[in-house]
Design a protein around this ligand. Structure first.
Ligand SMILES: Cc1cc2nc3c(=O)[nH]c(=O)nc-3n(C[C@H](O)[C@H](O)[C@H](O)COP(=O)(O)OP(=O)(O)OC[C@H]3O[C@@H](n4cnc5c(N)ncnc54)[C@H](O)[C@@H]3O)c2cc1C
Length: 246
C-alpha cells in the first residue's frame, strides 16, 4: 500500500507522529505509549487511530487500531494496549524508541462525548478503559457536573490501569467507580447499573471491551429499557474470551 501525502486534517490522511515515550507498563501486561501531538492536530474525545508501519520499500503495512487515552486538550497523545506476542506489539511497538517516527491514519470517531447534564454510564472490560479515559479526561477538563458511573472489570486488581488517576477524578467530580475482579468470582451484572439507569433521565451509555463482553452488556443495557440511540459500543476485536462477564 502506497500513501503519498501526510495530512492531519482529512479522513484519508496518514500522519507522521514522533514517539515521545516508549511503551511503559502501567498495569499488569498493560502498556502506554505516548506520541508528540503535531501542531494543528484536531480530534474528538473517544477517537481511535489505525497504526501503520513504514516498510523499507516506502510502502505502509497496516497494523492495529488503538483508542486514544488522551483528550484533545492535552499536549500529547496517548494509547494503551494489553501485551501479546503479536507482530505489532511484540516486534514493532516494542522496538520503538523516543524520537522515532510512526505513521497513523487520522483519528476516527468511535465514541462521542454527548454534551449536556444527563448522566453517563461507562462500562469498560479490561483495556476497554482506553476510550473512557479520553472521555473522562475531557469531562474533567470542561468541569462537567453530570453524574457518571464507571463499571470497570478486570481479571485482577493489578491488571487495572489508571487506578490512581480515576480515584483522583472520583474525589473531585461526581464520578462513582465500581470495580469488578473476575478472579474473585465477580462478573459484570445488570444489577451493577440498574439502580443508576432507573433514575430519570436515562443515562447515555458507553461500552468498550472484548466483543463477547460488549455484546452481552449491550443486550443487558437495552433489556433494562435504555433506548438504543443512547448506547455507544466499541468492540475491541482481536481479544477473545468473555473475561468473566455474564
Ligand atoms: C475501534 C477499535 C479500538 C481499539 N482500541 C484498542 C485499545 O485501545 N487498546 C487495545 O489494546 N486494543 C484495542 N483494539 C483492539 C486492537 O486493534 C487489537 O485487535 C487487539 O489489541 C489485539 O491485538 P494483538 O496484536 O494482540 O492481536 P493478535 O494476537 O495479533 O490477534 C489475535 C486474533 O485476533 C485477530 N485480530 C486482531 N485484530 C483484529 C481486528 N482488528 N479485526 C479482526 N480480527 C483481528 C487476529 O487475526 C488473531 O486471530 C481496538 C480495536 C478497535 C476496532
Amino acid at each position: 500500500m502506497r500513501i503519498p501525502a501526510l495530512d492531519y486534517e482529512h479522513g484519508e490522511g496518514l500522519g507522521a507522529y514522533v514517539v515521545r515515550s516508549v511503551p511503559t507498563e502501567i498495569a499488569k501486561n498493560t502498556f502506554e505509549i505516548v506520541l508528540e501531538k503535531p501542531e494543528g492536530m484536531r480530534y474528538r474525545p473517544g477517537s481511535a487511530m489505525k497504526w501503520y508501519e513504514r516498510l523499507p520499500d516506502g510502502t505502509y503495512a497496516r497494523h492495529r487500531t488503538l483508542s486514544m487515552v488522551s483528550s484533545p486538550h492535552e499536549a500529547q497523545i496517548a494509547f494503551a494496549y494489553r501485551g501479546s506476542s503479536s507482530d505489532f506489539k511484540a516486534r514493532y511497538v516494542a522496538s520503538l524508541r523516543a524520537g522515532d517516527t510512526v505513521y497513523l491514519r487520522n483519528p476516527q470517531d468511535e465514541m462521542r462525548y454527548v454534551p449536556g447534564d444527563e448522566p453517563l454510564l461507562m462500562i469498560a472490560g479490561g483495556i476497554g478503559i482506553t476510550p473512557m479515559m479520553s472521555l473522562l479526561r475531557y469531562a474533567a477538563f470542561i468541569s462537567a457536573k453530570r453524574p457518571i458511573l464507571l463499571l470497570y472489570a478486570n481479571p485482577t486488581r493489578d491488571s487495572e490501569a489508571y487506578r490512581a488517576e480515576l480515584d483522583a477524578y472520583a474525589a473531585a467530580h461526581p464520578l462513582t467507580i465500581e470495580r469488578i475482579y473476575s478472579a474473585e468470582g465477580r462478573a459484570l451484572h445488570v444489577g451493577d447499573f440498574a439502580p443508576f439507569a432507573a433514575e430519570p433521565p436515562q443515562p447515555h451509555v458507553y461500552i468498550a471491551g472484548p466483543e463477547s463482553m460488549t455484546r452481552t452488556l449491550r443486550a443487558a443495557v437495552l433489556a433494562s429499557g435504555i433506548r438504543e440511540s443512547r448506547v455507544q459500543v466499541t468492540d475491541f476485536s482481536g481479544y477473545g474470551g468473555t473475561a468473566g462477564f455474564e
